[in-house]
Design a protein. Structure first.
Length: 569
C-alpha cells in the first residue's frame, strides 16, 4: 500500500527524533493524535528542545533536499526580478540566489512537484529546490527590501547635522575635504543612493544648510540636511574624486567619478558629475551609471507591438538617420544601446562617440569625448567617416556642425543614430532646420524620429481597480476611443513598492516614420502642427495616446499619464 502525503509528512518529522531516547520516542508514539499538523513540531520543540532548524534539516535529509535557513536571507530589490512577489506569496516560495543558469528557490511545500516546472517555464532557468520553513518564508514578505547601505546615522552623529551643531568634532574637520567625516559622508551619500535605486543625486547649498536630494523613479525626495559649513568641504571632496579643479568655484565643471576605487563595497559604478555656482555656494548633480547593469531587450522598454515592429524595421536599414528626442533622463540612451545590442553582429562595424560612455557593450568601438583637448562630436564623426563603419552612434546632436556632418554621414551609406532635445517627434524637424540643416537634406536622410518619456509603473501588488467616470472617461475616449476599468495607486502602498504605490518605470513612445507625404511636407517647410497631423494619418500614436494605452493595460495610472504628458490639443 503506497504511503500517503500525510503519512509521509509524519515519517519525515519522526526522522528528527533520532536524537531522542527510546522512552521519549515511545511517549510520542503513544499519542497518535499528535502525529499530524503542527502538533508534532510543537512537541519536539517544546518538550524535547529540538530547534526549528534541526527539524528542517531532518525533514530535508528524509526528502533528499538541501535545507535553507530563510530567516537569515536578506531581501533586496533584485529578489523578485525573475519571479513576481505575488506569485511567491501565493505559492510560499522564495528565490534566494542564482548560479549561472541555476535558480535557487526555497520551497515551503516540497510535495508540490508541478511548481518547480512552472517556475522554470516562467524564468527560463533550471530550478534547484531548497527546503525552507513556511513561517520564515512568509515573514520575508512582511518586510520590505533590506538595503546593504547603513544609512547616515553614524556620520550624522559625527558632524552633528541633526542638531545643527558640531559636537565634539572640530571645525577644521568639517571644512577640510580630506577629513575622515567628510570622506565617509561623501561615500555614504553615493552608496545609499545606489541601494535605494536613485538615478540622480542633488547636493544643493541653501542659506543655512545643505540639502541632499535623491531622484527615484523620476521624483526628487529630500534625504539629508547638513550644516552650511559642511557644504564647501563636501563639494571639494566630490571634485577631488572626479579630478576637477577645486580652486575654480566661479565656473561650471563636468567630470566623472569611478567609484569602485573609493569604496570597500563591491560596487562597480561610475557617476557623471556636473557642478554649478549657485547663489549660496557650489551645487553638484551626480548621475549614477551602474556598469553592472546590462542593456534591456527592446521588448522590455515599453514599445507597443505596432511601434516595435516599425522601429525594428528602421534599425535594420543599411543607411539613414534615426533620432531619439526627449528631456534628460527619459531613457533615450538605454533605447539606443538596446537597439545597437540587437543589431550588433560580427559582420557589422559599430562606432560610437559618447559623453560619457554610460554602458560598455562587447563588440562596440566606443569613444569618450574630451572637449578640453578638442575631441568633440563633430571631430569624432569626421574621423569615423574615414574608418569605414556600418553604424555610427553620436551621443547628442548639439550644434550646427555636428548636425550637418551627421546628415552627410546618413546620406553616404551609414546608419546613424543619435539623440536630440525636443518635446515631440514632429518638432525635431524644426529643431534641425534651426541648426542650419537644409530641409531637403533632412527629408533625404531621416528614417524615423522617436520621442519618449518614462512613466512610473503602478505597483501590481497593491493597485486599486475602479471604473472611470466624468472627465476621466472623456479623456480616455477622446484619445484612444475606449473607457472602462483602470487602476489607481494605493496611497498607503505596500512593502514591495516602499509604500509609494508605484514601482519602477516604463517608456512611452511617439514614433514618426518618414513616408512620401511626410517627405513632401518637410521639403516645403510645413509647420510642425501639419507634420504631426500627417504622421498621425500614417499611423503615429502621440505620447499622450501611448501613455493612455499603458493606462488601459493596467501598467500605470491615469494620474501619472496626465502628469507626464499633457493631453493633445
Amino acid at each position: 500500500m503506497p504511503i500517503g502525503k500525510v503519512q509521509t509528512q509524519i515519517l519525515v518529522k519522526l526522522e528528527a527524533m533520532q536524537r531522542l531516547t527510546v522512552e521519549q520516542r515511545e511517549t510520542i508514539m503513544a499519542r497518535p493524535e499528535d502525529l499530524t499538523g503542527e502538533a508534532l513540531e510543537k512537541i519536539l520543540q517544546d518538550d524535547f528542545h529540538i530547534t526549528p532548524f534541526q527539524l528542517l534539516v531532518a525533514k530535508a535529509r528524509a526528502l533528499g533536499i538541501a535545507p535553507y535557513n530563510v530567516a537569515r536571507y536578506r531581501l533586496t530589490n533584485a529578489t523578485f526580478e525573475r519571479i513576481p512577489q505575488d506569485f511567491c506569496m501565493q505559492h510560499v516560495v522564495l528565490p534566494v540566489g542564482q548560479v549561472g543558469e541555476l535558480l535557487l528557490v526555497a520551497f515551503a511545500n516540497p510535495f508540490d512537484v508541478s511548481l518547480p516546472a512552472k517556475i522554470q517555464e516562467m524564468t527560463g532557468k533550471r530550478v534547484i529546490r531548497l527546503l525552507g520553513r513556511d513561517k520564515d518564508i512568509r515573514d520575508r514578505f512582511t518586510k520590505g527590501p533590506e538595503r546593504e547601505a547603513t544609512g547616515f546615522g553614524d556620520v550624522v552623529d559625527q558632524i552633528g547635522a541633526e542638531f545643527g551643531s558640531v559636537g565634539d568634532v572640530k571645525d577644521e574637520d568639517l571644512t577640510n575635504e580630506e577629513s575622515g567625516p567628510i570622506i565617509e559622508l561623501a561615500n555614504r551619500i553615493i552608496e545609499e543612493a545606489y541601494f535605494s535605486g536613485t538615478s540622480d543625486i542633488h547636493i544643493e547649498p541653501q542659506e543655512k544648510d545643505v540639502v541632499v536630494r535623491y531622484r527615484v523613479d523620476g521624483l526628487c525626495h529630500e534625504k539629508l540636511r547638513l550644516p552650511a559649513k559642511v557644504g564647501p568641504a563636501l563639494v571639494a571632496r566630490l571634485k577631488i574624486m572626479c579630478n576637477l579643479d577645486i580652486a575654480e568655484r566661479r565656473l561650471p565643471q563636468d567630470g566623472r567619478i569611478i567609484f569602485k576605487q573609493y569604496t570597500r563595497k563591491n560596487l562597480d559604478l561610475d557617476l557623471r558629475v556636473s557642478t554649478a555656482p549657485l547663489n549660496h555656494g557650489e551645487g553638484i548633480v551626480m548621475r549614477i551609471l551602474d556598469k553592472q547593469k546590462s542593456t534591456l531587450p527592446l521588448t522590455a522598454l515599453g514599445f507597443s507591438d505596432e511601434n516595435l515592429a516599425r522601429y525594428r524595421k528602421c534599425i535594420t536599414q543599411p543607411y539613414g538617420m534615426i533620432l531619439h528626442c526627449g528631456p534628460t533622463g527619459s531613457g533615450k540612451s538605454m533605447t539606443l544601446y538596446s537597439a545597437l545590442n540587437e543589431i550588433n553582429t560580427p559582420d557589422v562595424v559599430i562606432r560610437t562617440a559618447e559623453d560619457p560612455i554610460e554602458y560598455t557593450l562587447a563588440g562596440l568601438n566606443q569613444m569618450q569625448m574630451h572637449r578640453q583637448i578638442g575631441l568633440t562630436f563633430a571631430s569624432a564623426l569626421r574621423s569615423f567617416l574615414r574608418q569605414d563603419p556600418d553604424i555610427i552612434l553620436v551621443g547628442e546632436i548639439r550644434d550646427k556642425e555636428t548636425a550637418n556632418i551627421a546628415v552627410e554621414a546618413a546620406l553616404t551609406g551609414h546608419l546613424l543614430v543619435s539623440t536630440l532635445h525636443t518635446n515631440d517627434a514632429p518638432g525635431t524637424i524644426a529643431r534641425l532646420t534651426d541648426m542650419g540643416v537644409e530641409p531637403f537634406m533632412i527629408s533625404s536622410s531621416l528614417l524615423c524620429v522617436c520621442a519618449q518619456r518614462l512613466m512610473r509603473r503602478v505597483c501590481k501588488t497593491c493597485r486599486i481597480a475602479y471604473e472611470t467616470h466624468g472627465r476621466e472617461t472623456e479623456v480616455l475616449e477622446r484619445a484612444i476611443g475606449w473607457s472602462g476599468q483602470i487602476f489607481k495607486h494605493n496611497p498607503k502602498g505596500c512593502p514591495k513598492c516602499g509604500n509609494s504605490g508605484y514601482k519602477g518605470r516604463v517608456g512611452i513612445h511617439e514614433l514618426m516614420v518618414t513616408t512620401e507625404e511626410l517627405i513632401s511636407a518637410i521639403n516645403r517647410e510645413a509647420e510642425t502642427s501639419e507634420l504631426k497631423k500627417i504622421a498621425q494619418r500614417d499611423g503615429m500614436s502621440t505620447l499622450h495616446q501611448d501613455s493612455l494605452a499603458k493606462v488601459k493595460a493596467g501598467i500605470t495610472t491615469l494620474e501619472e499619464a496626465i502628469a507626464t504628458v499633457p493631453p493633445d490639443l
